[in-house]
Design a protein around this ligand. Sequence first.
Ligand SMILES: C[S@@+](CC[C@H](N)C(=O)[O-])C[C@H]1O[C@@H](n2cnc3c(N)ncnc32)[C@H](O)[C@@H]1O
Length: 291
Amino acid sequence: MPIHPPTIAEALRYAQTRLAAASPTPQLDAAVLLSYVVARSRALLLAHSDRSLSAAQWQAFMDLVARRVNLEPIAYLVGEREFYGLPFFVDARVLVPRPETELLVERALAWITSQPAERPLVVVDLGTGSGCIAIALAYHAPRCRVYGLDLSPAALAVAERNVARHQLGERVTLLHSDGFAALPEAVDLVVSNPPYTLLDEIDEGVRRHEPHLALDGGPDGLAAYRELLPAAAKIVCQTQPGAVLLEIGAWQGEDVAALARSIFAAASVAVLPDLAGHDRVVEVLIGGRGA
Ligand SMILES: C[S@@+](CC[C@H](N)C(=O)[O-])C[C@H]1O[C@@H](n2cnc3c(N)ncnc32)[C@H](O)[C@@H]1O
């Protein structure tokens, strides 16, 4: 390790070596973290790689590298993750938004578009976490009012910050809620990325740093769906077309679709794959086929 504050090139070399065992992308991680510390783009870093860091920058960078060696997600270290084209503040109080969850937003927007333009729509995002789904929907579908519910007050504080950042406070309402308990009205669309993983089978970095309340799907990963689906049937408006869209684990398509069919007997239920070809969303269309 360099004793005096090193140049940018030396700092990057030091970090890449330290990160090699912890990350599949040590070079990228080192560049992202250093770029964050010096508040300059990665391109500028490379263009000025012979410049020395200040002592404070070097210390801050070493601290972040040590946290990354301990498998902390990059998004927590830099306090941000992009989702559906929008930036979100994130920290250890919320799950890091995942790219595969964008399919849920895409299908929700397709369903919203399939409804008559003059129909105002009410949406609920159960387990809103950072607020990424609720905010992306409100941002892209101005006719929607969206409720974001979460059992974790800490997660709701993060979501609040993101709602304010995107100036959507008039159409996104965040509520502390166990399931749909605090929801004050019927909705047209339910979306949820509930906890569905088996804690002893997930990546070590995820298990160590991301909130277990956001991850733990119980002994078979299906606990949240068993509670959520019958409850959703009670809060989806019955007089007009409605939809329930749920993210699932790649192995859960058949089980969650069967649960959905047992509860929404007259609905059209489909399992949809993500870009990698893995089952990712169960779509329940009530009262007529949507998009
Ligand atoms: C998989 S995370 C999804 C977070 C965010 N929607 C996303 O897609 O990145 C699940 C979220 O559900 C919340 N949650 C877990 N159990 C809940 C419950 N019984 N009622 C409401 N929210 C719950 C967790 O706190 C967590 O924020």
